[in-house]
Design a binder for this molecule. Structure first.
Ligand code: 5AD
Ligand code: SF4
Length: 354
């Protein structure tokens, strides 16, 4: 029997807002669905925050182009390759290259060369995920040809009206949807995601967002709570967002709801939930997530990839050491799956169905 009528968005809303014993029940139900569909294995993806140079100016983001206080960096190719070699040898199985958005040919070529070099270096074993924003279909095709297999592009919110309030002119909801479509056409495993607890965002909208991800038929999801940043225009509205506790609870509940309605996708336990609470990534893994992304960005650059306040893994700590990540995974009752690309079951199922 289903935990609740999954088509009933009113009921989903009451679960989203649940706390205490009710929330525990929801997360337990999601945990059971997760065990039945994707099991207790957690895939590891080494995260490299390649560059904080960005042409966009999103109102929520600390590395927006309008923030002149940021020292801009791009990690050198040798350093990326060194991190990729380490990830491959440590058995991480896959790697995520994330960056601010650039569309110039030099950037496109650098990424193409890096992906190709990482493929060569790992004998084609490393699964490469890109998270490099909106690009032309030809660019997506070039990077795919170089060897990337997955692409993550968050929709941020499924409400076109809210999207407009969170972005300046020239940032288009429709363009983002078009990009998600061209990524699918290019043959990537496609990931998307949302932020939870944004200014002007109602809990009803969060429920819509979770269902939107399902309707988009995404293969993987990376989402998390919105966390304010002082050097952004949205800082002004920091008193009008849900409390940290509410954002934390809504986020975990949204994860659980997503797992219930989309049982076989890959869901990441993201840095943002870990930044709201020390137990965040672990609780997300227990309820719904099956992917974790240890940060392998060189320490000299990390503090410059400062998307929001209190972001973890900035200091030279052991937060994301292999031992700590293993501990988080095991405390969530799961097992790390080394030497596996950890591709989305949903992606494979789509092809088997055809
Ligand atoms: N709080 C939480 N997440 C943020 N992101 C950007 N700014 C913030 C913030 N203030 C997320 C966005 C983006 C990803 C790179 O980081 O969802 O897609
Ligand atoms: Fe750039 Fe992404 Fe930040 Fe927007 S959210 S400003 S696209 S890095």
């Amino acid at each position: 029997m289903e935990f609740f009528d999954l088509k009933d968005k009113k009921e989903a809303l009451s679960w989203l807002l649940s706390t205490g014993e009710e929330a525990r029940k929801l997360r337990q139900a999601a945990h059971e669905v997760k065990m039945a569909h994707v099991g207790n294995k957690v895939y590891l993806r080494a995260l490299i925050e390649y560059s904080n140079v960005c042409r966009k100016n999103c109102y929520y983001c600390g590395i927006r182009s309008g923030n002149s206080a940021v020292r801009r960096y791009t990690v050198g190719k040798d350093e990326v390759l060194r991190a990729a070699r380490f990830a491959h040898q440590a058995g991480f199985g896959s790697l995520v290259l994330q960056s601010g958005e650039r569309q110039d040919e030099a950037f496109i070529r650098d990424i193409e060369e890096l992906v190709d070099a990482m493929m060569q270096q790992s004998g084609g074993e490393l699964g490469i995920t890109l998270s490099l924003g909106e690009q032309k279909p030809e660019t997506y095709a070039r990077w795919k040809k170089a060897g990337a297999i997955r692409y993550l592009l968050r929709i941020e919110t499924s409400s076109p009206g809210l999207y407009t309030r969170l972005h300046p002119a020239g940032h288009s909801f429709q363009a983002r949807l078009d990009c998600l479509k061209s990524l699918r056409d290019a043959g990537y495993q496609v990931g998307s995601g949302i932020m939870i607890g944004l200014p002007f965002q109602s809990p009803e909208q969060v429920v819509e967002d979770v269902y939107f991800l399902k309707e988009m038929d995404v293969d993987m999801v990376g989402m998390g709570p919105y966390i304010e940043h002082p050097q952004t225009p949205l800082w002004e509205y920091r008193d009008r967002i849900p409390s940290k506790q509410e954002r934390y609870d809504w986020s975990l509940n949204a994860w659980a709801l997503l797992r219930l309605i989309a049982p076989d996708i890959n869901i990441a336990s993201t840095t943002a939930i870990g930044s709201l609470s020390p137990k965040g990534r672990e609780e997300a893994l227990y309820a719904a997530a099956n992917v974790i992304m240890p940060n392998l960005t060189p320490f000299s650059c990390r503090k410059e990839y400062f998307l929001y306040e209190h972001k973890i893994c900035i200091e030279e700590s052991h937060e994301d050491s292999r031992e700590n990540i293993e501990r988080i995974i095991r405390e969530a009752g799961c097992e790390p799956e080394y030497f596996s690309q950890g591709n989305s079951r949903h992606f494979h199922a789509r092809f088997q169905g055809e």
